[in-house]
Design a protein around this ligand. Structure first.
Ligand code: BV8
Length: 237
């Protein structure tokens, strides 16, 4: 390890579990009688916009009741104290990394706290509920506003910035993700193909689909494993 290492971190729903937010593979994977993969799609929004709005309204309101946990804080501490570059890629649409103080952050699947006009593409902050009567400020047309979230079948945000970071990674940390969803699920393999000497670290409570790619694995809740990992990395400086 060198203090100039570019550390690329990928987080998934598991890092937010101890803040009280459900994971996708856990019971959250089923929202009422629907599978999330069937609601988080452009087709569902086209045919049942109220259901999709309700799904995101409930999760947006939940954000006001939860706080970042020590794992989010540890990654913000790493960014503040690490002399090399840090790129934090999150699959999560919550705002817990920002609220913990992380800034070098790529929300590849969008943000619950933003809405987007389907006509102009303009993105607006969104703290309240959206519905089919919501008016976009740009076109003043009802029904134009959707959550600024990447649904299944849509192209994730920041992909070129992400692959630039993966191609420079000296360390790749995968935290709280099952690697079930692509392209995020393929990032570890991409690093291994292009950065043979990269240090590969996984933090998870159980095996993921990519655990075999990580010589270093820290099993346990992220608030403990990530905090210990960051402390040890910073102590080595
Ligand atoms: C794309 C926003 C092309 C929504 C999300 C057919 C048509 C088109 C595409 C596809 C298709 N079939 C398959 C695909 C690809 C598809 C896909 O992967 N589908 C899955 C169902 C197989 N992907 C896409 O459609 C993507 N777009 O492919 O475009 C393309 C191709 C190449 C390059 C570029 C573009 C878009 C996918 C984005 C979907 N949107 N989120 C919303 O939030 O409502 S995905 C959503 O699910 C999350 O954001 C997250 O990414 C994913 C869930 O994954 P995890 O975060 O890993 O959560 P999970 O519950 O699975 O795991 C939690 C982990 O935490 C577990 O391992 C657990 O052990 C661990 N854990 C639990 N507690 C703790 C813990 N760890 C530590 N501490 C704890 N305390």
């Amino acid at each position: 390890m060198s203090k100039n290492d570019h550390i690329v971190v990928l987080t998934g729903a598991g890092i937010s579990v101890e803040s009280g937010l459900d994971t996708f593979r856990g019971n959250f994977g089923l929202w009422g009688q629907h599978k999330v993969e069937d609601i988080a799609t452009p087709e569902a929004f086209a045919t049942q916009p109220e259901l999709v709005h309700k799904f995101y309204n409930q999760r947006r309101q939940q954000l006001k009741k939860v706080q970042p946990n020590p794992a989010h804080v540890a990654l913000a501490t790493l960014e503040k104290n690490w002399p090399g570059k840090i790129t934090l890629i999150t699959q999560n649409v919550d705002d817990l990394h920002e609220r913990a103080g992380s800034t070098q952050l790529i929300h590849m699947h969008g943000k619950l706290s933003e809405a987007r006009c389907i006509q102009s593409g303009t993105v607006f902050p969104c703290e309240e509920n959206l519905d089919t009567d919501s008016l976009c400020e740009c076109c003043q047309v009802k029904g134009n506003l959707r959550p600024n979230i990447v649904w299944f079948g849509e192209y994730p945000f920041g992909m070129s910035e992400i692959f630039t970071a993966l191609d420079q990674a000296d360390q790749f940390w995968s935290i709280g993700t099952s690697a079930h969803v692509y392209p995020a699920g393929g990032f570890a393999q991409h690093v291994l193909m292009n950065r043979k000497d990269a240090r590969m670290i996984e933090c998870n409570t159980e095996n993921s689909q990519i655990s075999h790619l990580f010589p270093e694995r820290h099993e346990g809740p992220a608030s403990q494993t990530v905090t210990k990992l960051v402390d040890s990395i910073l102590e080595e400086l």
